[in-house]
Write a protein of this length. Structure first.
Lengths: 204, 204, 204, 204
DNA sequence: CATGAATGAGTCTTCATTCAT
DNA sequence: CATGAATGAAGACTCATTCAT
């Protein structure tokens, strides 16, 4: 039986594993990590609480795998965008669009990330959250600064504030976004970009 | 509207009470409500866990009082704005400014609200969170719609999306805002409004 | 006398069986019976925990077989000595020497016996430990008493105390003895006997 | 209320604390540390399992305190003996006597020590067991060597073997010793010393 | 013979809460 | 007002064991 070395600890059919993680992510997102009992996840999976430990070695390691899988995929997308050599405005557009696509694909993980990452980042095990966040900041902040230098973004903005503004604006969407709810990620991205770039007020 | 709860069985100096609540809010905000133990709060207050129960009848009732106090004050400010008969744009400006002022005054409570309100709203005791949220939505959404009708806001926007955009944009700030950190609430409000209303891109 | 247990439901090559038992004994001795997980033994054997149940019907039955096998062999040796019609001093010498030989052959089993027998003896299944212990006591105590009567052992000793002294003195050696470590069992026996019989002090 | 700084974590009446530890020691000694459930100890103390955690922060910390308290007292006694400037034979006599006194006072702790110290010593928290053991070895071994040099102990002995012989001989007694059982520690010590020093055989 | 997956009972531990003093 | 001690319910996790494949 193929034992993928990628799999941590005991091997379990990669399919089952992913299925369980997806389930867990859903529950974590809905009720919060702390408030979610292992039993709740097991119930949802139709097994007993203890049985989950055949697949994962702790509740925390499920969380870990959910978040790191999400971040891996996120950075794959981001890196492609950042390597494309686009201008600042196009880069922002592409990043925002990519972000909404990730929200679409990993809604639960994103919601968990939003809610728990600050606390988690303090633990050594989740150091990578901090690392990712710093890369994130450099990417966005750098692009905004290039844009200001370029003259395509307004020069009178506090760039750090603008960074937070854009960042939050996008990611909080995960808290209300429901996939298959009329809007495709691309549509939402377009609308958001329109607001972020040009504002909601009518031009004078 | 936050319900007036029966005041704690035994009376305690209102000063001490407020002090304890403020402390609790700080800890809840820093570590999350669930993750905060009553003992932690008591430690911070220099007393034993059991002693807190002289002042409050439960951990939940502390949370309740923190949130309802905050919402009471928030609505006082909002109601003044909404009753002032301003135009849509000025109303938005005033609401955003008022919001940042509340974040300044009740940072901890706002952070807690952001993180926990969704779960809490499910409990009967915290129904007022839902009520408040609905009033909130009516106020903002109505103003935006009036603005579109007026012609001062762009007609091509999805108003619900715009509502979420503005709402989130403002309140998430509580997660990084530190009072006394160089920016007054009014300054931040001005910058945010500039971005929200006119966008970050340079006008064509 | 160790009871002949029903051999495991399904047959398994006696070689493999002994190998597994030897492995299990080693792990039990090293970490304690309770602290040893079935999985640990299986790991050591290069199989999964569940697979052990093809060979044995429980963790306890492995322990049982380890101990009873050891005691069977021990008594074979002891009985030969006791039937040889030696004098008290020579009997003691032969028993001690035989004991060190058993420690050499069954180090792990002896260590387990030392550590766990008291608790185990309470269970019906391990009654034979008590039985063996009583025979043991009769053999040693009787020999010592004969020796005192004979005049070859000192008359001023508390015989029960002397019994415990000799008994413990010998068997605890299993806790530090490492086979192939410079001393043959016979050498150690000779040294121990020299100390037990003549003391460590220089004769006046 | 006097809060002795000597007390770890939460203060609890030193009396109660000692009482609980003594109880726990008894149960650990009787059933083994691993096999003893926290609930069992609590039962014995007439409280619920969770309540123990008001006094101690873990099962392990109870064990720790039991063992370290014992070792502290043991070394107090030993150090007095070792500092007294006695000859080798008198030192051995004094150490053995002191040991039986400690067995009398701390029977449970000694039994636990005998059974668990080897495993425990591997954990960093119990490093002091190893340290103590090394000091122990130096004290006994050194005395024996001095005695051999002096000519009061036999020159033909393997000193390391003799060390183990004496050491084990004494301490294993904890496994069968019952205080108030006819023998005072001093009596037992005298008998043991007589055997260890002069042997059980009649002088040629 | 062995694996993979699960069971179910039990363990340690945490924590909000109570209450006599 | 506060302490000290305890309760009791719940939670994460472990592990021997089972069994279909």
């Amino acid at each position: 039986m193929p034992q993928r070395k990628t799999q941590p600890q005991r091997a379990s059919a990669p399919g089952r594993r992913r299925e369980l993680l997806s389930l867990a992510a859903e529950v974590f997102a809905a009720h919060g990590y702390d408030a979610t009992t292992v039993r709740r996840i097991a119930d949802e999976a139709g097994m007993l609480a203890g049985s989950l430990y055949y697949h994962f070695d702790s509740k925390e390691s499920m969380l870990d795998e959910i978040l790191s899988t999400f971040l891996d995929e996120l950075w794959e997308g981001y890196d492609t965008v950042l390597a494309a050599g686009l201008g600042p405005r196009e880069t922002i557009e592409a990043l925002v669009t990519e972000s909404f696509r990730e929200i679409d694909r990993h809604r639960a993980a994103v919601a968990i990330y939003q809610k728990e990452s600050r606390q988690l980042a303090a633990q050594p095990r989740f150091r990578y959250l901090t690392v990712s966040q710093e890369r994130f900041e450099r990417a966005w902040l750098g692009t905004l600064e290039r844009g200001v230098a370029d003259g395509c973004f307004r020069a009178d903005l506090d760039v750090r504030l603008a960074y937070r503004f854009v960042r939050d604006t996008v990611w909080v969407a995960a808290s209300w976004y429901r996939p298959g709810g009329g809007h495709t990620p691309e549509e939402i991205a377009r609308q958001y970009l329109s607001m972020v770039l040009d504002g909601i007020a009518v031009r004078a």
